[in-house]
Design a protein around this ligand. Structure first.
Ligand SMILES: Nc1ncnc2c1ncn2[C@@H]1O[C@H](COP(=O)(O)OP(=O)(O)OP(=O)(O)O)[C@@H](O)[C@H]1O
Length: 242
């Protein structure tokens, strides 16, 4: 293999990971470059979430190399989740997990603020919130509303918006449309397409290829814990229609 490209935000080599006796990820390689928006498409249970959790250091066990901004964050580990996750987050990772990890009693604005957890993001939180509201306009009038009163689609916007508040270089978004009515799910994915990445990168896991087709820079299939190469549905090949 050639060396790591200079602008690789993420470079995964020989990653295997799983839960207890279950091996979910099999010797996987993946490189994500700055500015890229990637679709990770695969059916339920084929390891998309486990791959994201491995990058965040949250699987039951894992081995192999994971370079985040050139720093090794992989480490062989097998003693319970979460041991290094805060360090990985400080290196530039934002994981937006499946479902809505929200606190019903907190307002929309409190959720967004809670996503600005680095010193720089906190300082810039007013500007960052404006950007989130630009991406998710329905949240504008709901800033003071406790999220327990919101609809499923609005809650998903809050959960994703909170993740996007981070000063991160790599955003991993796990099944943003899951459980939402098709129209709402599409509008949430549309919003993710509108995020200006600059030198950061985004990987969106989805079961529904149609939501990403022609709209991301690359689509990578995932099957039985392995990546299946790239589908011919990248933005450039499809003419970048919206
Ligand atoms: N926390 C966990 N503990 C034990 N097994 C798990 C855990 N999370 C996932 N698994 C198992 O790992 C396998 C891969 O699941 P994973 O959630 O990574 O797939 P996925 O492609 O993201 O699908 P989904 O859309 O359901 O999240 C499944 O067999 C699942 O049961």
């Amino acid at each position: 293999m050639s060396g790591v490209a200079k602008n690789a935000v993420l470079d995964v080599r020989g990653l295997s990971a799983g839960w207890g006796p279950l091996r979910v990820i099999h010797d996987l390689d993946l490189t994500v470059f700055a500015g890229e928006r990637i679709g990770l498409v695969g059916l339920n249970g084929h390891g998309k979430s486990t791959l994201f959790q491995a990058i965040a250091g949250l699987t039951g066990w894992q081995r192999g190399s994971i370079l985040l901004n050139g720093f090794e964050v992989g480490r062989t580990r097998s003693q319970g989740p979460g041991r290094y996750t805060h360090q990985i987050v400080r290196r530039g990772l934002a994981l937006i997990p499946q479902g809505d990890e929200i606190f019903h009693g907190l307002t929309v604005e409190e959720h967004l603020d809670s996503g600005a957890y680095t010193r720089r993001a906190w300082k810039e939180r007013a500007t960052r919130k404006l950007k989130i509201l630009h991406i998710f306009p329905p949240l504008t009038k709901l800033m003071a509303t406790p999220v327990g009163r919101l609809s499923g689609g609005e809650r998903r916007m809050v959960a994703i918006g909170r993740g996007l508040m981070a000063d991160a270089d790599l955003f991993l978004v796990d099944e943003p449309s899951l459980g939402l009515a098709p129209k709402i799910g599409k509008s949430v994915v549309d919003a993710l397409m509108a995020v200006e990445l600059g030198s950061s990168a985004m990987v969106i896991a989805e079961q529904n290829l149609g939501l990403l087709e022609g709209r991301v820079d690359r689509i990578i299939g995932m099957h039985a814990g392995k990546l299946k190469g790239e589908a011919s549905a990248s933005k450039s090949l499809m003419g970048g229609h919206r």
